[in-house]
Ligand binder design. Structure first.
Ligand code: GLN
Length: 385
């Protein structure tokens, strides 16, 4: 194809293809065990697959209503009430989305305007800042330090001004595995009171939280919930990230604006999956057992690599484990991750890509949402490094 005339001006000049795509492709190319992009390598519940098939055969193959089918929105409202004592109206305050990423983009697009500032904690999941930039907003970064990645709320407070439109939080946190505490939520409440700041709370790993900790959803805090978009993912909870299904809850005024964006991004999310999730959500045991399920995996992975030269602080949540390789190499994490993939046969994510200035703490992120055998094979290789 001839090159497009040079009048095209990139809206995201510094953004390339996501690291998840790059590392998964590299893993495939070199036949490496892929612990990079976060997704389970085991099957989702057969019952769920059966339900999708059943609904497809019943003819549920046309557009769902723009905000999602009502039974699913009702199931989500019940869950929010049961787990977090939060009342959301399924008609006006809940929308089913094409995954967490779409929900995040729709929320940002709904409220962030030219010149608005959005506070983002780094390391940050890679879709936040570009979504802000595409809407003319300005990302304002707060850097979190390993190994704890805890938030200094005084630093955050100093950044707040008239232009601060939004604060994006993510708990359990990707990539660090940090989880926010009740104290964090109270601090967030304190610094946002008497402001117009909107919170975008990415809680897609809500059910993957370890060592007895309780997920601190913004929904538990009415003063936070009243200014928040809260984003969730079915894929993380039901082991089917490729179905690209998620949802967002927000007070009616925020949700009204959210839907204006959502309807022109995807219009509506996949119909048969919505019916299947509405049914499966009647049984909460799926998600109530998830922390235990993944804690076992975290502990197993850490035990397997305990004799290696990698250093770990156990993740508090999410299905990611950060490993420090300072004892092994002085190389840049991007180079080391490539080398580990090509020469050792294990793919991971270099975490400097989650900092806008590429801050390199020489940490790699490994996804342990894998079967025992995969973890064993990966560990065997990592022990040789
Ligand atoms: N959330 C996944 C991760 O952090 C990646 C999803 C994606 O590739 N967009 O690995």
């Amino acid at each position: 194809m001839p090159a497009y005339p040079s009048v095209i001006k990139s809206k995201l000049p510094k953004t390339g293809t996501t690291i998840f795509t790059i590392m998964s492709a590299l893993a495939q190319e070199h036949g490496a065990i892929n612990l990079s992009q976060g997704f389970p390598d085991f099957l989702c519940d057969d019952k769920l697959i059966g339900l999708v098939e059943q609904y497809m055969r019943k003819g549920m193959n046309q557009y769902a209503p723009m905000p999602g089918i009502l039974p699913l929105r009702e199931a989500i409202a019940e869950k929010a009430m049961r787990l977090y004592a939060a009342a959301y109206n399924p008609d006006t305050e809940i929308t089913v989305t094409a995954g967490g990423t779409e929900a995040i983009y729709a929320a940002i697009t709904a409220v962030v305007d030219e010149g608005d500032e959005v506070i983002i904690f780094e390391p940050a999941y890679d879709c936040y800042a570009p979504s802000v930039t595409l809407n003319g907003g300005i990302p304002i970064y707060v850097e979190l330090e390993p190994p704890g990645y805890s938030i200094d709320w005084n630093d955050v407070k100093k950044l707040i001004n008239q232009r601060t439109r939004m604060i994006i939080i993510n708990t359990p946190h990707n990539p660090s595995g940090m989880v926010m505490t009740a104290q964090d939520m109270k601090q967030l409440q304190k610094i946002t009171q008497n402001t117009d700041i909107i919170i975008l709370s990415d809680e897609v790993y809500e059910h993957i939280i370890f060592d007895g900790a309780e997920h601190q959803s913004v929904m538990r805090y009415p003063k936070l919930a009243e200014r928040s978009f809260v984003v969730f993912s079915f894929g993380k909870t039901y082991h089917n990230t490729g179905w690209k299904m998620g949802y967002c809850l927000a007070p009616v005024e925020l949700m009204r604006e959210f839907r204006k964006a959502h309807q022109f991004i995807v219009f509506s999310a996949n119909t048969p999956m919505q019916h299947a999730y509405a049914d499966i959500m009647k049984d909460p045991s799926h998600y109530l057992r998830l922390s235990e399920f993944y804690q076992e995996k975290r502990d197993y992975f850490l035990k397997l690599i305990s004799g290696s030269r990698f250093k770990a602080t156990p993740a508090s949540g999410s299905y990611f484990q950060m490993l420090d390789y300072k004892n092994i190499s002085k190389e840049k994490d991007t180079d080391f991750a490539v080398k580990l993939t090509k020469e050792i046969g294990v793919a991971s994510i270099p975490t400097s890509v989650f900092y806008h200035h590429g801050m390199d703490h020489q940490m790699l992120r490994f996804c342990f949402a894998k079967g025992k055998e995969t973890l064993e094979q990966a560990a065997e290789k990592l022990l040789k490094v």
